[in-house]
Design a protein around this ligand. Structure first.
Ligand SMILES: C[S@@+](CC[C@H](N)C(=O)[O-])C[C@H]1O[C@@H](n2cnc3c(N)ncnc32)[C@H](O)[C@@H]1O
Length: 499
């Protein structure tokens, strides 16, 4: 029996870990987040690590029975091995596995908390690889929450006391590591979207050096006893990535060597407070195409909170010219404009007062005060939107966007060049180039979008209305910037038909 167990361990199996998960129920293992990783996932992550070169040391944070440590030890026969786990029984299994696999000479096991692990300085790179525990914040002590917040603050980052333990492990890794080190973790995908995950997102953009992100669909059941969306994060310490490759993987068998993914630029990642939308399955981009979001930000127009107060026909209201902005206030104005919004006639204006009313001279201020008195009588300042603005009287219109788009209709969006620099309210989106684009490039962009975008690319709601949220619009495929500049993109509709 013992001989059999040793034989299995030497051949890459984990009979002790398997027995442990049979003896202890998932509920009993939950407080320490003890879910052991299936071999296919470990294999993919270790293969990725091999593609990055040879580490001098391997650290497995929350090593459990040592599945990662042993697999990585086989791939890197001269690396020193460190496995840390807070659970004495796990470290016993880990020691037994290390001994049976004949790795005792180069392995050390630390019984303790990964966050306070003391790693000696070495010459050469360390690989951090593993499956940090998933433990909710309710089970994290106030001392460790304070550690998270102050350690993040020292790096100029914000952290939340609501963060799960996997977030603590990412931060601890950033702390333990040195530029040149690298790593791959599988965790729950939660941090991609929740507020407390912003710390991991910030770290990956700066310090932890995110390289790629592979989101495993829940139906792929990455873990036998936990229904969760898993995310594998590959990172290179000290790098400030220009882009992170992201992808969704439907089945564990499709993971491969983790070299694939669709690059999402640093700017877009930094702006997005939810990353999962950026990993959604998009139609495969054909050669020479990119996503609209790589070239433009898409922003919905401001919500006035009370159009009958803030939106007027020209000449309807006696206020200084400087606070009246010709604006698109109805989707039909864009549908009716055709390719270009070339005249202000027919458009209304939006009153957009500055937050600081002292900028007006006495005569202007009189007009403004009279208007505000009237608005107050109508209790405008008590409305939800107005009450939550910096100043209730200041709508805060966005700058004029060179291309305006409708986003909710029973027909594809209108993409209109905004020749008259009209502002827009929340019935339209503005497309704001991330860099200066000349007129003909903008014309080509709008013209491509008009001809290529179909209703099928939006989200259709009951009743048949199709909607494109700003982040969804940013996912639309468009020809590359070079093609748009040269006007040499082929045929309309070719890319848009890819959904
Ligand atoms: C998700 S399991 C992963 C086990 C193993 N690496 C695997 O993938 O099969 C997480 C492990 O972290 C350990 N753990 C929980 N809290 C820890 C902490 N604060 N420091 C170190 N290890 C911890 C648990 O005991 C558990 O073994």
């Amino acid at each position: 029996m013992v001989i059999n167990v040793v034989y299995e361990i030497r051949h890459g199996l984990d009979p002790l870990g398997d027995a442990y998960t049979r003896i202890l129920s998932p509920q009993e293992r939950r407080p320490l987040g003890q879910t052991f990783t299936p071999p296919e996932i470990i294999e993919s992550m270790v293969s990725w690590a091999s593609d990055q070169g040879e580490p001098v040391r391997i650290v497995d944070p929350g090593a459990g029975s040592g599945r990662y440590l042993l697999a990585a030890a086989r791939a890197f026969p001269s690396a020193a091995l460190i496995g840390a786990d807070i659970d004495p029984l796990s470290t016993l299994m880990l020691r037994a596995n290390i001994a049976a696999a004949g790795l005792s000479e180069r392995a050390s096991v630390v019984l303790g908390d990964y966050r306070s692990l003391d790693l000696p300085d070495i010459d050469g790179r360390t690989l951090y690889i593993g499956n940090p525990p998933y433990v909710r914040h309710h089970q994290i002590s106030p001392d460790w929450k304070a550690w998270l917040i102050s350690t993040a603050r020292n790096r100029g980052l914000k952290a939340s006391g609501l963060a799960g333990l996997h977030v603590h492990f990412f931060l601890a890794t950033a702390e333990h590591s040195r530029p040149g080190d690298y790593g791959a973790f599988i965790t729950s995908a939660e941090w991609l979207d929740v507020n407390y995950g912003s710390l991991v997102r910030d770290l990956l953009l700066d310090g932890l050096g995110g390289e790629s992100l592979h989101v495993l669909d829940p139906k792929a059941s990455p873990f036998a006893d936990a229904t969760t969306t898993g995310a594998i994060t590959c990172f290179k310490i000290g790098e400030k990535p220009e882009a992170i490759a992201v992808r969704r993987v439907g089945a564990v068998g499709d993971l491969g060597r983790l070299g694939l993914g669709h690059p999402v630029s640093r700017q877009r990642l930094a702006e997005a407070n939810r990353w999962s939308v950026l990993t959604r399955v998009t139609p495969k981009l054909p050669e020479g195409y990119t996503e609209l979001g790589e070239i433009c930000r898409v922003h919905r127009g401001a919500v006035t909170g009370a159009n009958k107060i803030w939106v007027h026909r020209d000449g309807d209201v006696d206020l200084p010219e400087s606070v009246l902005f010709t604006s698109v206030t109805k989707a039909r104005e864009l549908f009716g404009a055709g390719d270009r919004l070339a005249a202000a006639s027919g458009l209304k204006c939006v009153i957009d007062l500055p937050v600081d009313l002292d900028v007006f001279d006495a005569a202007e201020r009189k007009l403004v005060d009279r208007f505000l008195r009237l608005a107050k009588k109508l209790k405008v300042q008590e409305g939800y939107v107005a009450a939550n603005r910096k100043a209730w009287w200041s709508v805060g219109l966005r700058d004029a966007a060179p291309v305006l788009a409708t986003y909710m209709a029973r027909r594809p969006p209108a993409f209109v060049r905004n020749d008259i620099e009209a502002r827009h309210i929340n019935i339209a989106h503005g497309l704001y180039p991330r860099q200066d684009l000349d007129t003909s490039t903008l014309d080509n962009l709008a013209s491509y979008l008009r001809s290529a975008v179909t209703l099928g690319q939006g989200r259709t709601y009951a009743g048949g209305l199709t909607k494109f949220e700003p982040k969804e619009m940013e996912r639309l495929p468009i020809p590359s910037l070079e093609s748009l500049r040269g006007g040499d993109f082929v045929g309309s509709g070719s890319a848009a038909a890819m959904d």
